[in-house]
Design a protein around this ligand. Structure first.
Ligand code: SAH
Ligand code: SF4
Ligand code: F3S
Length: 465
């Protein structure tokens, strides 16, 4: 094949997949692929999939049904279209995917993306390709860096994977099986990547990992560095205004990381710290390795150093054996914490995980009812957190243009989207905004002082509110 081939990538699931999709796009750019948002003009379609809940995995098969029609249409026009399934469904189901959806040409797991050009060449010669190895070499060492133009198009906030995989084995979760053992990238490689990003205009970096606060990558001094050490080092990079990290496990919230929330202005006052349940009995059955009180003790320490910190969590309702009393303990914990938001899910039995084999599964109707009650509690708390921001002036990082003319959308230090009437010269920069109104999913504000219209890199504001 020659000429500019087109690539369509769709990401499901977590931010690790978003990051991986960008890396795949970068690798394939070297092979002459340009990205498209239109499925029907693509020569290669990649679905980067998620296996975390049954619904997530099923979405992939319905999408593949639609793609099957596209592919046969293209074949009628004499055009070869390749269809690939990557990510966690690929890792978990392997060639079963091709049996179930013969439209698929390639199946490859999250640790093999650096082999993509080779896998693709094999698929182009005809025949199905499946690669779900956990190779000994590190995929990150072989992945192409993005071109500056591609980086700029992705905006001023970037994800950087610093840690992958998980050794925790919560009894409900597929991640240890789909992503493999926990692995931290070396500090020097992360610094180099973040420097490349900031040189291309990135102002905010979100360090990501399934268990990001368990980070322990090799430091330049030959010792393993903690996430806090890494954050302090990254904060020295010129023009990097904001740092965040996600997702954290309560057991790995070290003292130095908590202290960083006090001492590091670039570290935003926001933390996603999933607790899953407020019942000690359920937490033990989930193998979470902490109690509700342990979790609350961490929250107390965080609030002691950063009283305004916005806390969010994940919750699972209807874990096997969960009673009404267990569920009420979760509601009590929510009351105690006062979250700024949360993701909540009905327990979904996943093949191969210990909890799925239990014979005390909770009835669907109970899960539905508990989920609604939990979401009500979270919505109430989120609204009250946001109400506390009305009238305050916050530094907003402007990420994109809004739907209305003259409107920009940015994010507050607490991570809420904020809609502001502002000149496009402020895009990719930080400026103070007074919060005037609260919407359901975002805040509204006005510029707190007139911006320097001719300065394309506006206020490098201090990080705190
Ligand atoms: N590593 C993170 C999150 C991993 S998955 C952590 O340790 O918290 C993201 C969220 O999906 C989890 O926090 C959990 O709330 C949810 N989840 C995972 N497995 C699930 C399952 N089998 N059913 C329902 N929700 C699940
Ligand atoms: Fe899954 Fe638990 Fe690991 Fe999070 S800590 S990825 S929930 S096994
Ligand atoms: Fe889903 Fe895999 Fe992420 S299962 S949540 S895409 S690690």
């Amino acid at each position: 094949m020659s000429g500019a081939r087109k690539l369509y990538v769709k990401s499901y699931g977590c931010q690790m997949n978003v990051y991986d999709s960008q890396r795949m796009t970068d690798v394939l750019a070297r092979e002459g692929f340009t990205e498209t948002a239109e499925q029907d003009e693509a020569d290669l379609l990649i679905l980067n999939t998620c296996h975390i809940r049954e619904k997530a995995a099923e979405k992939v098969y319905s999408e593949l049904g639609r793609i099957r029609r596209l592919k046969s249409q293209a074949a009628g026009e004499g055009r070869q279209v390749l269809v690939a399934v990557a990510g966690c469904v690929a890792q978990a189901e392997g060639e079963e995917i091709i049996r179930r959806a013969p439209v698929v040409d390639l199946v490859f797991g999250p640790q093999t993306y650096h082999r993509l050009p080779d896998l693709l060449a094999r698929a182009e010669r005809g025949g199905k390709v499946v690669d779900t190895d956990f190779p000994v070499e590190d995929k990150f060492d072989h992945l192409a860096p993005a071109q500056p133009a591609a980086l700029r198009a992705r905006g001023p906030s970037a994800f950087v994977t610093v840690q992958e995989g998980c050794d925790k084995f919560c009894t409900f979760c597929v991640v240890p099986y789909t992503r493999g053992a926990e692995l931290s990238r070396p500090v020097a490689k992360i610094i180099a990547e973040v420097e490349r990003l900031t040189e291309a205009g990135v102002r905010e970096v979100r360090l990501i990992g399934q268990n990001v606060n368990a980070y322990h990558g090799d430091g330049p001094d030959g010792r393993p560095w903690s996430l806090a050490q890494l954050l302090f080092r990254l904060a020295e990079i010129p023009d990097l205004a904001r740092l965040r990290y996600t997702t954290s496990h309560p057991c790995d919230m070290g003292e130095d990381l908590i202290a960083a929330h006090r001492d590091l202005p670039a570290l935003m006052p926001q933390l996603h710290l999933p607790v899953q349940s407020g019942s000690d009995r359920i937490l033990a059955a989930m193998n979470r390795r902490h109690t509700g009180d342990d979790y609350l003790a961490v929250i107390e320490k965080l609030r002691a150093v950063r009283p305004d910190i916005a806390l969010t969590s994940d919750f699972i309702v209807g874990f096997p054996g969960e009673t009404e009393a267990d569920f009420r303990a979760t509601l009590a914990l929510i009351d105690e914490v006062g979250y700024a938001g949360a993701f909540s899910f009905k327990y979904s039995p996943r093949p191969g995980t210990p909890a799925a084999a239990r014979n005390d599964q909770v009835a669907e109707a109970d899960k539905v009812e508990r989920l609604a009650r939990l979401q009500q509690a979270i919505d109430r708390d989120a609204a009250s957190f946001n109400a506390g921001l009305r009238g305050r002036t916050l530094d907003i990082l402007f990420e994109k243009e809004g739907r209305r003319d003259g409107q920009l959308i940015g994010r507050s230090p607490y991570l809420q989207p904020v809609q502001v009437m502002a000149p496009t010269s402020l895009l990719n920069g930080i400026a103070p905004v007074r919060i005037t109104d609260l919407g359901t999913n975002s805040l509204f504000g006005t510029l707190a002082r007139s911006p320097h219209l001719h300065d394309d890199r506006p206020t490098i504001a201090s990080a705190g509110p």
